[in-house]
Design a protein around this ligand. Sequence first.
Ligand SMILES: NC(=O)c1ccc[n+]([C@@H]2O[C@H](COP(=O)([O-])OP(=O)(O)OC[C@H]3O[C@@H](n4cnc5c(N)ncnc54)[C@H](OP(=O)(O)O)[C@@H]3O)[C@@H](O)[C@H]2O)c1
Length: 156
Amino acid sequence: MEKWKGRVALVSGASSGIGYAVCENLVKNGMKVVGAARRIDRLQTERLKNGVKLLIVLSHQVYPIPQLHFYTGTKFAVRAISEGLRQELQAINSNIKVTTVSPGLVKTEILRNVPKSNPYKKILEINTCLKPEDIAVTVSQILSAPPYMEISNSRF
Ligand SMILES: NC(=O)c1ccc[n+]([C@@H]2O[C@H](COP(=O)([O-])OP(=O)(O)OC[C@H]3O[C@@H](n4cnc5c(N)ncnc54)[C@H](OP(=O)(O)O)[C@@H]3O)[C@@H](O)[C@H]2O)c1
C-alpha cells in the first residue's frame, strides 16, 4: 500500500459496514479518504477526508431471501456495467483498472431486515459470516497489486 500513501480515495457507503471498514483501513494505510453516505453525523464523527480512487463492492448471488430478490437484480446490473467499463478502459490501454468484489454474507446493518425465520438469519446469529474488516483487507490487497496486474474473473 506504500504507493497509495497521501493519495485520495472516494468510498461510498462510508457510514457503516463494509464502506466504514474500508475507510478505516485506507486511512490506516496513509490514504486521504472521502466518505459518502446520508448519515452525515456518522461521517463527521470519523473525520473522513478527500478522495479519488473508485472500487465497487457488490454481491450477485440469488439468495433464497425474497426480500433481497429485487436488490439482487441491481447487483447483476452493476456487475454488467462494471465489466463493460473495464473492457472499454482496456481497449484504450488506460491505466485505470476496474475490479469487482463479490463477498458472501458479511455481518453489517444491511442484514437487519432479514426475518428471523430465514435460515440466513441463523448464520448471522452463530457468527459464521464474514466481517467488514475481511473485505477491507481484500480491497487493500487489490490496491497493492502491481501496475501490470488486473484482478478480474473475466475471460476477455
Ligand atoms: N453485507 C453483506 O452480506 C454484503 C454482501 C455482499 C455485498 N454487499 C454490498 O456491500 C455494500 C455495502 O453493504 P454493507 O453490508 O456494508 O451495508 P450497510 O452496513 O448497511 O452500509 C450501507 C452503506 O450505504 C449507505 N447508503 C445506503 N443508502 C444510501 C443512499 N441512498 N445514498 C448514499 N448512501 C447510502 C449507508 O449510509 P447512510 O445510511 O448513512 O446513507 C451505509 O454507509 C452494498 O452495496 C451491499 O450490497 C453486502
